[in-house]
Design a protein around this ligand. Sequence first.
Ligand SMILES: [Zn+2]
Length: 111
Amino acid sequence: MTDVTGLPSIRWSLRGLDDEGHEVWLIRGVSRKLYRCPGCHGEIEIGAEHTIVQFVMRLGGTEHHHWHRRCAEELLTPTLRQLRRVPAGDSTQSKLEARGRKPAGKRRRAR
Ligand SMILES: [Zn+2]
């Protein structure tokens, strides 16, 4: 398995698949408002480095959540298959939303 220690970072995001075949992208973010982490239900403070978890659904559509880095690492990452790092530039919100407009089979491969 790829070593993903310390990721996502400014340069690298992560992409994997959950058990229903949805793409899960983990992207480094800095919070601009208060978020609640779905992992521990605790708050993520403004200005905190954290992990944005963006789902690109198998049949199209996207949704995202904000997680503490450690919660994502401990609770979410271990459940994902085919986890690999991808350049952060491929995981911008606009690119992922565009990706979510097509069903998975018709998507072009991310380079
Ligand atoms: Zn948390």
